[in-house]
Design a protein around this ligand. Structure first.
Ligand code: SAM
Length: 556
């Protein structure tokens, strides 16, 4: 078990926080094995390990090892931290406390990489790009412990040096030791004061909240574009650095919340049929194992529920989820389709993700859904008359091919691939991976998917566009572009269906996420047209954007 998980949360902004840490070493002989005094040169008031190098931690404790391996997989293999870490926790057999420590270490170091790199750049005598990446990851992990966690300095340094020795080799451990001592010479407040001295507001926020400057700028613009105050920027960026609560959804007609609430979940205050997990291993819940209760962000639940809430469902309606993988929203839609007599076609371009959709839908009666593995840009209105078999074969229809003259889908959800800037708190490394160049590619794809969806709509049909990004280019600009190129499409109010999908009053007042559509030249919008933008710092959800359109063209 790790030695330091008594209180591993929260940044240390002041030296007062460290007094307890120093007590640990009070009275110790601060000389190394060769009698040299430690911590001289401006660090006289600091204490590091009292033990000689030969007695110090030689190996890596399991929590740090899990975190370090996660950082390595993210850096070296482009892996996703939130997928690697649970695997490492399992493989190393960490208990609950060590798993929590490993999570804080790994996610914290990944999220705050930008700030930690700025600190480290001041503590090494060469560009960080010239440091071996495996050593740099150890330094980031050590820096996170020193500046963001209440771990005594000597433990943070000793453990990181031990980890370096066991995972990389004895050579770099001296460098790691020396650099981390320099890092420990200042606390976080002092480092931030140094780093931001003379910086403009965006750079200062970038360093204080550890976001790339371009994302800080984009978030500031997004707040304004979606009718919120730019003064909320600090809160929004801070929310990206907080662990999201785990929301559960009971699939309508299939799952029940009561057993989960009896086991410690709290009923959601935002969405009906939802709860916030009380922690612990969710796979212990039979309903979660069977897929009748699912983990799903409350914002995503509102997206799917707004598709259903937009108008009363007529039996026989044909629904399409154009970008369905891995199947979270499709599961909610399919369950609603099963209850109302509608049918959902869940489409996904990536074969392995289409398999995940099938798994997600398996619990729903299969008369209500089918899966198509294909490019959403190639879907047509005719696909509304075909019902691919839920085993994956797309062989026309069990019943649909008999049906005459399909006119298209009655409801289509385009939950488009996007930058994910609204879900940064879930993917700790993604803010450092994403670049403005991604936007150019994604916005083209988003518009192509929307246009295919518009073509596949039945007359009077509903098209719902959603992204887990509030970026203007992926939200309001995408809406403008679609309306300009599809005169038959009208933007309608998304506010009312989203509020209807939420618990009564949950989205009132300052929490109302709907804003009237400003309208671009040539855009066709209803008088009450409004788009919806949810926010982590206001609603506790991912920053989901939702727009509703109606097909007004007469059937050809
Ligand atoms: C934001 S995710 C959808 C999340 C999903 N709706 C859910 O709730 O679980 C976007 C999905 O679109 C898929 N995608 C990307 N390009 C596509 C295309 N051309 N056609 C269909 N799906 C596509 C991606 O593979 C990804 O699974």
């Amino acid at each position: 078990m790790s030695q330091d998980h008594r209180d591993s949360r929260g940044p240390r902004h002041s030296r007062d926080d460290r007094r307890d840490d120093r007590r640990d070493d009070r009275g110790s002989d601060r000389r190394d094995s060769r009698g040299r005094q430690r911590n001289r040169r401006g660090m006289a008031d600091r204490q590091f390990s009292s033990s000689a190098p030969s007695q110090r931690n030689r190996g890596a404790d399991p929590a740090r090892l899990a975190a370090y391996r996660t950082l390595r997989a993210v850096e070296a293999n482009d892996a996703y931290g939130n997928l690697v870490l649970p695997e490492q926790i399992r493989r190393l057999g960490l208990n609950r406390r060590d798993a929590a420590l490993a999570t804080e270490l790994a996610y914290g170091a990944l999220r705050q990489q930008g700030t930690w790199d700025a600190v480290l750049a001041r503590c090494v005598d060469r560009p960080l790009a010239k440091i071996d990446p495996s050593v740099l990851d150890a330094l980031r992990l050590g820096t996170h412990q020193l500046l963001a966690m209440r771990i005594p300095d000597h433990a943070a340094i000793d453990q990181t040096v031990g980890l370096t020795r066991s995972e990389i080799g004895a050579g770099p451990s001296g460098l790691v030791n020396a650099v981390l001592r320099k890092v420990a010479a200042e606390d976080l407040t002092q480092w931030l004061a140094k780093l931001t001295d003379g910086a403009d507001q965006l750079t200062r926020l970038s360093l204080e909240t550890s976001h790339p400057v371009w994302i800080v700028r984009a978030m500031k613009q997004a707040l304004t574009v979606h009718g919120r105050r730019s003064g909320e920027l600090t809160d929004l960026l801070a929310a990206d650095n907080a662990a999201p609560s785990v929301h559960l959804v009971a699939l309508p007609g299939l799952g029940e919340l009561e057993p989960e609430i009896e086991h410690g979940a709290q009923p959601s205050t935002l969405v009906p049929g939802a709860a916030i997990s009380g922690g612990g291993d969710l796979r212990r819940s039979p309903q979660v194992r069977e897929g009748r209760v699912r983990v799903q962000d409350a914002g995503s639940q509102l997206v799917a529920r707004s598709v259903v809430a937009a108008a009363p469902v007529q039996p026989g309606e044909r629904w399409l989820d154009l970008c369905a993988g891995p199947g979270g929203k499709a599961a909610l839609l399919a369950a609603a389709a099963a209850e109302t007599g509608a049918h959902l076609l869940a489409n996904e371009v990536a074969g392995h993700r289409a398999d995940l959709v099938r798994q997600a839908l398996a619990v729903v009666p299969d008369r209500a859904w089918s899966v198509r593995a294909g490019d959403g840009r190639e879907i047509t209105a005719a696909d509304a008359g075909r019902r691919a078999l839920s085993d994956g074969s797309d062989e026309g229809s069990r019943e649909g091919s008999q049906e005459a003259g399909p006119t298209g889908f009655d409801r289509i959800l385009v939950d488009a691939p996007c930058t994910g800037l609204g879900a940064l708190r879930r993917r700790p490394e993604s803010r450092w991976r994403r670049t403005p160049r991604d936007l150019a590619e994604l916005t083209v794809l988003q518009l192509e998917l929307l246009q295919a969806a518009a073509d596949a709509l039945a007359p009077g049909g509903l098209l719902v566009y959603a992204t887990c990004s509030p970026h203007a280019a992926e939200t309001t600009v995408a809406v403008d572009d679609l309306l300009r190129t599809r005169p038959g499409l009208q933007l309608v109010d998304a506010g009312a269906p989203v509020r209807k999908a939420a618990l009564p009053g949950a989205l009132a007042g300052d929490a109302d996420p709907a804003r009237p559509y400003a309208g671009a030249q040539g855009a066709h919008a209803a008088a009450d047209a409004a788009t919806v933008q949810l926010w982590p710092h206001v609603h506790g959800t991912d920053a989901m954007f939702i727009a509703h359109f109606r097909q007004t063209r007469i059937s050809e």
